[in-house]
Design a protein around this ligand. Structure first.
Ligand code: SF4
Ligand code: SF4
Length: 324
């Protein structure tokens, strides 16, 4: 398990105490479902689709040749990417935190694993993830190949199409099963590109009320990319991982997923004070994302969070329970 179940347990314990799903989780699922339905409808309504089998490429309801279809796909795709870069520059990596389907599904996979206390539960959880991956494979397939290949195509075309469908679904399943949020932490090439291009956005995580912090470290334990959310300004940075070099600050690496704010709100809810962490528009000092100092060797390395066991996570949840 790439992230370990401490993150899941802390978030679950906090959610149970709160008695409701956190607003950021609701936002994430609304965006994910709307985005997936929109992508699924494009080829279904023949607004846009390739047909790598029969050559019946469609753009706005009309059949076109491959070159026209490629242009109709390529230009908007470039425009969307430029828009993403500009958005990352000004508002940060919300695409990673709230739009990317991999992030939402990885959280769902974590959740099903957490409830896998018995073989039956684990099997049901894996089955749900597998069905979701098959649906995503079908959405992808629908974009590139006409389904009639399975009734009218040659044996070779059927085999290639079946392999493509199962390959996409299997790829999604493998990614969720073996990397999960670890992919966001070290291996997502798009994430590197967003982090490098938009390191000092005007929106993100702020340690706004340090005086109210209880130093419970719940925010660190739930961060899917191993950041300390209380160190988001001044060029603080974590060790490089995967595709990420050492030179990127915490501020640039932050996915803007809000899991740390979720945890912090839960851990401090019993106090009549403002939550130490917040996510939103930032004052000038809080977006001060200076690059790491050159002479890092002389500096003390950031103190890693202490190893946490399941027992200590349980103790933490118990400590977070309001006094009777
Ligand atoms: S610091 Fe907070 S918002 Fe940023 S990636 Fe970590 S948990 Fe998500
Ligand atoms: S979760 Fe909140 S209270 Fe706990 S260490 Fe983080 S900022 Fe401080």
């Amino acid at each position: 398990m790439p992230i370990g179940n401490v993150r899941e347990k802390v978030l679950y314990g906090i959610g149970k105490k709160r008695g409701s799903v956190h607003r950021y989780t609701i936002y994430r699922w609304i965006v994910g479902v709307v985005f997936t339905i929109a992508v699924a409808l494009l080829p279904t309504l023949n607004l846009f689709r390739f047909d790598l089998w029969g050559g019946h490429h469609m753009v706005l309801g009309k059949e076109v040749d491959l070159q026209t279809a490629a242009k109709a796909f390529g230009y908007p795709f470039m425009a969307v990417n430029i828009g993403i870069v500009i958005a990352s520059k000004f508002v940060g990596r919300y695409l990673c935190g709230f739009v990317c389907p991999h992030g939402a599904l990885s959280r769902f996979a974590e959740y099903t694993r957490y409830f896998g206390k018995h073989a039956g539960h684990r099997f049901a959880g894996e089955a749900v993830i597998f069905v979701v991956c098959m649906l995503l494979g079908a959405v992808t397939f629908n974009f590139w190949v006409d389904w009639r290949v399975f009734t009218q195509g040659s044996l070779v075309a059927k085999l290639l199409s079946g392999g493509f469908l199962l390959g996409v679904a299997g790829g999604w399943y493998g990614l969720l099963r073996f990397l999960g949020l670890g992919f966001c932490r070290g291996w997502c090439p798009s994430g590197v590109y967003f982090a490098v291009l938009g390191p000092d956005s005007y929106n993100g995580i702020e340690f706004a009320h340090e005086e109210n912090c209880t130093h419970c470290k719940a925010c660190e334990k739930v961060c899917p990319v191993d950041l300390n959310p209380t160190e988001m300004s001044g060029g603080a940075h974590r060790e490089g991982m995967g595709f990420y070099s050492d030179g990127l600050s915490n501020f640039a690496l932050c996915l803007r997923c809000g899991d740390c704010v979720n945890a912090c709100e839960g851990m401090t809810a019993r106090f009549d004070t403002e939550t130490p962490l917040r996510m939103g528009w930032l004052p000038e000092g809080a977006r001060d994302s200076k690059p790491p100092l050159e002479d890092d060797d002389d500096e003390e390395a950031p103190t890693p969070a202490p190893a946490t066991t399941e027992a200590s996570a349980d103790e933490e949840r118990a400590a977070a329970e309001p006094a009777a």
